[in-house]
Write a protein that binds this ligand. Structure first.
Ligand SMILES: CC(C)(COP(=O)(O)OP(=O)(O)OC[C@H]1O[C@@H](n2cnc3c(N)ncnc32)[C@H](O)[C@@H]1OP(=O)(O)O)[C@@H](O)C(=O)NCCC(=O)NCCS
Length: 169
């Protein structure tokens, strides 16, 4: 074993050497983020929206696999409430448990920043997201009428919440 390997085995790997890790999202990530955003949504967020998210006091994370950005999340936290505004995983990396891994981390971030409840909106037609959040214990608490743009009109949002106190340690 080389000296470097021994050091790594004692102290652990540096973030950038890990196979898969989360780190804060940076403005230099925006081009990779927008590429994924346009692949996964019919109505993607604009460059301007992501830039605004980076200037606000949000918890924005990048999911990196072998050096490549393959997912991202935008989380706002204020006065005891957290709000998941966006979570995406690159289509080539979906169905591998990565969104679950991501969201479990977001719950911990929210709890650490003293949020008691976490909320999100989702399109009822987004069956993958509905199944993801319901599988993690989120409860439907209401609807927001005509919340999203949709082909030929608007689509309602389903609002979900999760109480962080009993569910996250
Ligand atoms: C929704 C999304 C984030 C899921 O990412 P993912 O990494 O594929 O999800 P995971 O592999 O962690 O799956 C976790 C659970 O989500 C559900 N799920 C994920 N993809 C699904 C699909 N295509 N169909 C049905 N259920 C799905 C399942 O319940 C799954 O659990 P299981 O694998 O035990 O069945 C991903 O499809 C995506 O980026 N979609 C576009 C953006 C989006 O809609 N974001 C959510 C709104 S903020």
């Amino acid at each position: 074993m080389s000296l470097l390997d021994s050091v790594k085995s004692v102290f652990g790997l540096a973030e950038e050497e890990k196979e898969l890790y989360l780190r804060p999202l940076k403005s230099s990530d925006l081009s990779a983020v927008l590429t994924i955003e346009k692949m996964v949504y019919n109505f993607p967020w604009s460059d301007r929206i992501f830039k605004d998210c980076l200037t606000l006091d949000y918890s924005n994370l990048a999911l990196i696999k072998r050096g490549e950005l393959i997912g991202y999340s935008i989380l706002s936290i204020a006065v005891g409430e957290a709000h998941i505004l966006n979570v995406c995983v690159h289509p080539e990396h979906q169905r591998q448990g990565l969104a679950k891994f991501f969201i479990l981390d977001l719950l911990k971030v929210a709890k650490k920043k003293n949020a008691e409840t976490i909320f999100l909106e989702v399109r009822p037609s987004n069956l993958a997201a509905v199944s993801l959040y319901e599988g993690l214990g989120f409860q439907q608490i209401g609807h927001r009428k005509d919340y999203y743009p949709a082909e030929g009109g608007r689509e309602d949002a389903v609002v979900y919440s999760l109480d962080l106190n009993p569910n996250v340690t």
